[in-house]
Design a protein around this ligand. Structure first.
Ligand SMILES: CC(C)(COP(=O)(O)OP(=O)(O)OC[C@H]1O[C@@H](n2cnc3c(N)ncnc32)[C@H](O)[C@@H]1OP(=O)(O)O)[C@@H](O)C(=O)NCCC(=O)NCCS
Length: 190
């Protein structure tokens, strides 16, 4: 479901992953600066290929509003018509009942408000198109840029994650933020 996403913002387009974009996506997923905050770390070309295949053939086919596995999309720089990052929604691995917002941008594009622009569009899609009632975000306490993005989106800090499951120990100690649809609507009429 919702595999035909196409959102235009002022400077960006959000569109589905496709194999034609593998070189640009690989550039982002193999960027050490970007991946240092992502549990998977720097990814190989084959890993990115598998990721695109999984997203297109499995996730896009099987996601439903009540059961989103992962819904990742490409973030395109409109002017250059080039994929510069990813953004998406998906079940939080350590707490699958939650739908998490995630994003990452090629480091040469940082500091221009682009992640906030992409993430805001994804929140709109999650609340207004998919019909989600609540979206969360998690972030490592030293990831200042991402914390800033989350706060600029109006998400509210709730607690620090305490994760006992050794399979998901990477989440332990991360900051947990949430936004309900009502709060999102209130923020957007102000
Ligand atoms: C997080 C990330 C997507 C932010 O991208 P971005 O396009 O630079 O984000 P924005 O420009 O929209 O906002 C970043 C904000 O953080 C601020 N910021 C960035 N680094 C900072 C620092 N070291 N100290 C203080 N503020 C900082 C920026 O000034 C900006 O705030 P402002 O709009 O008030 O000036 C990007 O850094 C990234 O891809 N990081 C690696 C992947 C990642 O961490 N993903 C999220 C996992 S939770």
């Amino acid at each position: 479901m919702f595999k035909d996403i196409y959102i235009e913002t002022e400077r960006l387009i959000l569109k589905p992953y496709c194999m034609e974009d593998i070189d640009d996506l690989y550039k982002v997923y193999s960027d050490e600066k970007v991946m240092s905050y992502i549990p998977e770390g720097v990814m190989s070309f084959q890993w990115v290929k598998d990721l695109i295949e999984w997203m297109v053939e499995d996730c896009y086919e099987n996601n439903t509003p009540d059961n989103i596995d992962k819904f990742g999309v490409s973030v395109v720089d409109k002017k250059k018509n080039k994929v510069i990052g990813w953004c998406g929604l998906g079940s939080l691995d350590c707490k699958p009942e939650d739908v998490e917002l995630f994003y990452g941008l090629s480091s040469e594009y940082w500091g221009q408000g682009l992640a906030t622009e992409a993430a805001m569009a994804m929140l709109h899609y999650g609340f207004d198109i998919i019909g989600l009632k609540r979206i969360i975000a998690v972030v490592k306490s030293d990831n200042i840029a991402s914390k800033k993005v989350i706060e600029k989106l109006g998400m509210k800090f709730k607690n620090i994650l305490n994760v006992d499951d050794p399979n998901y120990s990477g989440y332990d100690g991360e900051l947990y933020y949430a936004l309900t649809k009502d709060e999102y609507n209130e923020n957007n009429v102000l």
